[in-house]
Design a protein around this ligand. Sequence first.
Ligand SMILES: C[S@@+](CC[C@H](N)C(=O)[O-])C[C@H]1O[C@@H](n2cnc3c(N)ncnc32)[C@H](O)[C@@H]1O
Length: 204
Amino acid sequence: MTAQGYDAMADLYAEMFTDAYQYPIERQAAAAFAERVTAGGASGVVLDVGCGIGHVAADLTRRGLDVIGLEPSAPMLAHARRAHPDLTFIDGDALLAAVPEEHEIAAILARFSLIHVSPPDVAEALRVWAQRLPAGAPVLIAVQASDEPGPPIPFDHAVAPAWRWHPDELAHVLDVHGFAEEWRIVYRDPGYRFPMVQLLAHRR
Ligand SMILES: C[S@@+](CC[C@H](N)C(=O)[O-])C[C@H]1O[C@@H](n2cnc3c(N)ncnc32)[C@H](O)[C@@H]1O
């Protein structure tokens, strides 16, 4: 797992992505996730895995969640801390080793960060998440998608090595590791080469 590309691109990334969401549907997916977490009533923090510059963590905080951002790239983390000094950001990655065991976790969000985790490591991350989350806890995963059923496909992401997932394959790997799908949104932009998916599941 590497955040190297993001180390070099952090300033540019922060300049380019001034809004947390590129498409209105993404804001709505985040809002639905926040409502789902609140309705679930579980105690604990919400992890934003691969939170980048922290803007989604800030939005979820405004929506009433107690969020911790996890981010392996030091420059991205520095941006997040500068922009949102009132929030908590930890140097960590999808395997959650940086999150102390005593931290109760109510939910996990991972937007366009698991794309940078190799498929075997995604499986390992989900195994860890399943161990750390209580039954019913929601996870929202967003990734670049594929229309071709089958295993994840490596693609030439501008910043770092990446894989895109067929939504059924993402649902399957979640299912195998103990998560039941609740909903998914597949969306497309005529100016972007791949479909994207936001998939919400809960720990069984
Ligand atoms: C496209 S950015 C998305 C940032 C943020 N989640 C958002 O929605 O704006 C991908 C982020 O994933 C992070 N990342 C890379 N490898 C990771 C890993 N193994 N675990 C967690 N995050 C990772 C990168 O450092 C980067 O900040």
